[in-house]
Write a protein that binds this ligand. Structure first.
Ligand code: COA
Length: 259
């Protein structure tokens, strides 16, 4: 199973597919080509009996810093035909267990994609953030629905409106991840869990995953689509342009001129 992009690496061993986001010089920010490669790998793995479990991981100091902001400023789409949506859909519909191993930064979709993994392991120095409002954007990947559901309205409002960074302990307390391990140990722990899952009865595992999600599956997709429509519009907004330009220019964003 070959990745179509050098910055997304794949490796199958003992029925476990490891997908590694590897663009450390940009803190693993995701370009359209990287989303496409991950979507292709997941679609292929869904059908491949040689894959029973997927591990999604990054590099030492970043899981992913989210969407590449230069890509977004350059006009890359996030609508339904876009690579971002194709990736979200591939992970959302993926029938086998997915385990995330998080080291370093998990920003934006780096946090929201964890809501669609079955198990997430975070290192104790991992840093999470939902900076959508700070960027003039809005929540994506059903996070506006799933976050209040897993952590309550007040905490979800805090994380989404203030958009501040939070640590692995907090991520575990609010049910974004399952377990916190020492720095450098997330992948090893994920591999242990994946090996255990890969030995279990595969149909029973897939059915259990499906049943666990049946209550929210259809509504979740509807919400992903609704959010993606808003997100796409926000990417055209002056508020986003100011925020992304400010990030590139390494200065704070100034929203004082907006109504
Ligand atoms: N898109 C584009 N480039 C990014 C990026 C992103 N999401 N995240 C990091 N980079 C780039 C930086 O611009 C920097 O480039 P430079 O070396 O040319 O200056 C390089 O990657 C290293 O990042 P830097 O910001 O210097 O690392 P840091 O350790 O100080 O901070 C983050 C790490 C993740 C906190 C910070 O990079 C950040 O906030 N990134 C943006 C996250 C974001 O808003 N994502 C979009 C969500 S929709």
């Amino acid at each position: 199973m070959q990745s179509s992009c050098a910055e997304i690496r794949s490796d199958i061993r003992d029925r476990v597919l490891e997908i590694t986001i590897h663009r450390p010089e940009r803190k693993n920010a995701l370009t359209m080509a990287m989303y496409t490669a991950m979507a292709e790998l997941l679609d292929a793995a869904a059908k491949d009996p040689e894959v029973r479990v997927v591990i999604l991981t990054g590099t030492e100091d970043a899981f992913t810093s989210g969407n590449d902001l230069a890509d977004f400023l350059g006009g890359s789409a996030s609508g339904e035909e876009s690579p971002v949506f194709q990736f979200m859909r591939a992970l959302y519909d993926f029938p086998k267990p997915v385990i995330a191993a998080v080291s370093g930064y998990a920003v934006g979709i780096g946090t929201t994609l964890l809501l669609h993994c079955d198990l997430s392991i975070a290192e104790d120095d991992a840093v999470f953030q939902l900076p959508f409002v700070n960027l003039g954007l809005c929540p994506e990947y059903a996070s506006s629905y799933l976050l209040p559901r897993i952590m309550g309205q007040a905490k979800a409002a805090e994380l989404l409106l203030l958009g501040e960074k939070f640590d692995a302990q907090t991520a575990a307390e609010v049910n974004i991840c399952n377990e916190v391990v020492f720095s450098g140990e997330a992948l090893e722990r994920a591999r242990k869990l994946a090996a255990a899952l890969a030995l279990k009865a595969p149909e029973a595992v897939r059915l259990t995953k499906k049943l666990l999600r049946r209550g929210t599956q259809e509504l979740g997709l509807e919400i992903i689509r609704e959010e993606a429509g808003h997100f796409q519009q926000r990417l055209q907004s002056e508020e986003f342009r100011e925020a992304a330009t400010a990030f590139m220019e390494k200065r704070p964003a100034d929203f004082s001129r907006f109504d």
